[in-house]
Design a protein around this ligand. Structure first.
Ligand SMILES: Nc1ncnc2c1ncn2[C@@H]1O[C@H](COP(=O)(O)OP(=O)(O)OP(=O)(O)O)[C@@H](O)[C@H]1O
Length: 283
């Protein structure tokens, strides 16, 4: 669905250098802290900015060869506001209808009902959660094959976030050929949804892994100085000095559990993997 190869964009001290892929039928997540480069990556895909170098391919076509029809097959959620505040939900329907040949008004109205978005009110009266939900309802209403969702859960409470993630799962179930690229700085949102995850830090992809593997094979070893000295370090990815000795991240938790039964070894959550990848040192 999407291939990005060495896509570079310079903004003064910041340089994006991104290589990633979203396979057909998959949900791929992009996780990174504020300023990591998530929105810049999305804007590059959506052709909202010029890139300095690199290659982007969407729907098997080079970016430069994309037609208006191809663009209509992308369902986009931008991180900032997308619709003018003076518009009402009903006016959004008119705009969407004129923009997308495949706009499904009944679907949009139905989604807005499900998400408690009042279509007769102006957007300026919406809460930030309602504005976030409106953007997703619009992206899901024109038969897009590829959803590109930049922080769609930002500003949502736990219940609304769950509702929205369920809508995305349903959208994928309707058609096996659809794909999603979704960003968040909340790992919990993405781990229950995505097939694979990329982590971006300072504009660079620092880790790419299937979510199942991240959750089943990655672990954190807590070793004192003596344990660390004797430890087989073949399968350690990152090490960090701690007051008790060292915390070590591995993607072979079974190996260490079998061979070091006396050591404290915990499964790592995605937040741990992010922390260790950023703060830990390579071994
Ligand atoms: N138009 C621009 N001009 C100059 N610098 C920019 C511009 N857009 C983004 N940047 C810089 O690029 C870097 C990455 O920003 P980006 O918005 O991609 O991060 P992000 O991961 O989406 O962050 P957040 O989670 O805060 O939205 C930041 O340092 C930002 O200041």
């Amino acid at each position: 669905m999407l291939k990005m190869k060495n896509v570079k964009k310079n903004y003064g001290n910041f340089q994006l250098d991104c290589t990633l892929e979203v396979p057909d039928g998959c949900i791929t997540g992009l996780i990174g802290e504020n300023g990591a480069g998530k929105s810049t990556t999305f804007k590059a895909i959506e052709k909202l900015i010029f890139i300095d170098s690199g290659e982007i391919e969407v729907f098997g076509k080079r970016h430069t060869e994309m037609t208006l029809e191809d663009k209509e097959k992308m369902g986009i959620v931008l991180s900032g506001s997308m619709f003018s505040e003076i518009l009402s939900g009903k006016e959004i329907i008119r705009i969407m209808d004129s923009m997308y040949r495949n706009f499904r008004k009944d679907r949009f109205v139905n989604l807005c009902g499900k998400l408690s978005i009042p279509l007769d009110q102006k957007i300026k009266g919406f809460s930030s959660g309602m504005k976030a939900k409106l953007k997703v309802a619009a992206a899901l209403s024109h038969e897009a094959k590829f959803l590109i969702l930049d922080e769609p859960t930002a500003g949502l409470d736990v219940v609304a976030r769950d509702e929205l993630l369920n809508l995305l799962r349903e959208y994928m179930e309707e058609d096996a050929g659809r794909s999603i690229l979704i960003s968040s700085h909340i790992a919990g949102d993405l781990e229950g949804l995505c097939d694979d995850l990329y982590m971006i830090h300072n504009g660079k992809i620092i880790l790419h892994e299937e979510t199942d593997i991240l959750l089943s094979n990655y672990g954190l070893l807590k070793a004192d100085e003596e344990q660390f000295r004797k430890l087989d370090k073949s399968y350690l990815l990152r090490v960090k000095k701690e007051h008790y000795g060292y915390s070590c991240m591995t993607d072979q938790i079974r190996f260490y559990r079998e061979n070091y039964p006396d050591m404290v070894i915990e499964k790592s959550g995605i937040d741990d993997v992010i922390m260790m990848t950023i703060k830990g040192e390579e071994i």
